[in-house]
Unconditional design. Structure first.
Length: 488
């Protein structure tokens, strides 16, 4: 019996917008986890580069941009660790719950610990916990659907709506609190939101499929001590690198970029060489490679909204609305609101088109074209002659980002579960998040080149990168179609 049938029969055919009822539990968990995550991230950059008199840490803006990019990358790098714990130790369901607790502790650290100590401890904990949430929550959504179900993409789009409800409300509150009471109050409300999410999830976790409560590939007897020893050695090496000055705030994005590229290559090698992977599954993993690379490029461009475009919003956009200044943190809420408005449209569109909808690869191509064109919309407001951008114009450009995001992000989650070998379901999803880690690290590195002198060329370069990537993926389309027959 399939997971979907098991869930439906257990709940007396109870449905959540026409989908299995456990989607509601995962939807709620994602709402509150994203509430805390995006609420904190909305004010993180300005917390780093605002002067101490403004409540910030006074870090130079290029360094602050690199740190935010590295942090975003670290979140998705941690997804691979979360996927490993889900597949080998706890199972996806318990890993999700424990990861949420770690996220909450990170926000508490940001709220109550002062200065660099608080931001370092808090960001490490939030990154580790959020990585576990990302790799498991989406995997659990995938487990609710039969293989080949035409409702899978629509289900992920509904799930993605939950992400953006949290992403809309969280920054509204943290932005207001930061502007009127201080940064630490903003971080505090993020911690409260995560606590609510954990309570809600605890009430409904028993409804999730039983198959997700145990690891599909548990550790061999007696091997745990070797994994613990490896973890201790890795932490010791990291601390040594920091003490010797090899890892610093100003090169963190570079270090992560190299690490993630190596780890991604190793993970692809492990999956492709595994005896548990059939020849058909192996072909699908090869087809996933160009999608992985395209996703990395996409998120390098999209991550600019948390770095370069946040600084642009703070410094170059007329944020006055009816005589009141819109908080900088509300930029993330504007993005999330546009996703809320349009995600239902996209879910309806994919469901209505059914088998006639574009393939997952074609949706990736569309996303790259749209985001490339969107960067060109900033050009009239750049350079020495550029005027302040009206707030409404920024909203329009963010809608372009939203359209591209809805063509790639929920589809990427869905296609990862479609192409995943049976023995690597959660870890394949973690690999998709590795593409985001690679993208955020690259985006953080790119952002360090942004200055008032280079901004025109910078935005043109972002547009060219998007369009060129679309062309390259189009070239790969015939191969991907052949390798994924029966999966898409």
């Amino acid at each position: 019996m399939s997971n979907t049938q098991d869930t439906a029969s257990t709940q007396g055919e109870r449905r959540f917008f026409g989908h299995p009822w456990p989607l509601a539990t995962l939807f709620g968990m994602e709402v509150w986890e994203r509430f805390s995550f995006y609420g904190m991230q909305a004010i993180l950059l300005i917390y780093l580069y605002y002067e101490t008199a403004q409540g910030g840490l006074g870090i130079r803006q290029p360094v602050a941009i690199g740190i935010v990019g590295a942090y975003g990358s670290g979140v998705y790098l941690a997804a691979i660790l979360g996927g490993w714990f889900a597949d080998r130790v706890f199972g996806a369901e318990r890993t999700l719950f424990y990861s949420g607790i770690i996220v909450m502790l990170g926000h508490i650290a940001l709220a109550i610990l002062p200065g660099v100590y608080g931001v370092t401890t808090g960001l490490i904990l939030v990154a580790l916990g959020s990585g576990g949430v990302k790799s498991t929550c989406s995997s659990l959504v995938g487990s609710l659907y039969e293989a080949g179900s035409p409702r899978r993409d629509a289900g992920f789009s509904i799930f993605y709506l939950g992400i953006n409800i949290g992403g809309f409300v969280g920054p509204l509150l943290t932005g207001l609190l930061q502007q009127n009471a201080g940064f630490h109050y903003g971080f505090g409300i993020a911690a409260i939101g995560m606590a609510i999410g954990l309570f809600q999830y605890a009430q409904g976790r028993k409804l999730l499929p039983d198959s997700q409560r145990k690891p599909p590939m548990p550790l061999e007897a007696g091997s745990a001590k070797y994994h613990v020893a490896g973890g201790v050695i890795a932490i010791a090496m990291l601390l040594l690198a920091i003490s010797l000055g090899w890892v610093r705030a100003d090169n963190l994005a570079d270090v992560l970029l190299g690490i993630i590229a190596i780890v991604s290559a190793i993970y692809f090698y492990i999956i492709l060489r595994s005896s548990r992977v059939t020849p058909e599954e192996r072909r699908r993993v090869y087809a996933f490679v160009p999608l992985f690379l395209t996703s990395a490029v996409y998120w390098a461009l999209y991550s600019q909204s948390y770095t370069v475009i946040t600084a642009f919003f703070d410094q170059r956009v007329d944020r006055t609305l009816f005589g009141w200044t819109v908080p900088v943190g509300w930029l993330v809420s504007i993005q999330a609101l546009s996703v809320i408005v349009f995600s239902g449209v996209f879910a309806w569109l994919w469901t209505t088109l059914g088998k006639r909808q574009p393939s997952s690869t074609a949706k990736f191509i569309i996303a790259m074209v749209i985001i490339g064109l969107t960067f060109l919309g900033y050009l009239p407001y750049l350079g020495a002659q550029g005027e302040s951008m009206p707030l409404i114009m920024l909203v329009i450009l963010l809608i372009g980002f939203t359209a591209s995001e809805l063509c790639l992000s929920p589809i990427g989650l869905s296609v990862s579960t479609k192409l995943a070998p049976g023995a690597f379901q959660t870890q394949m999803l973690a690999l998709f998040f590795m593409s985001l880690a690679l993208g955020f690290a690259a985006g953080g590195k790119l952002g360090t080149f942004y200055t008032e002198e280079t901004e025109v060329g910078y935005f043109i370069a972002m547009a060219v990168i998007g369009m060129l990537t679309a062309v390259l993926l189009l070239v790969c389309l015939p191969f991907i179609r052949r390798a994924t027959q029966g999966a898409d």
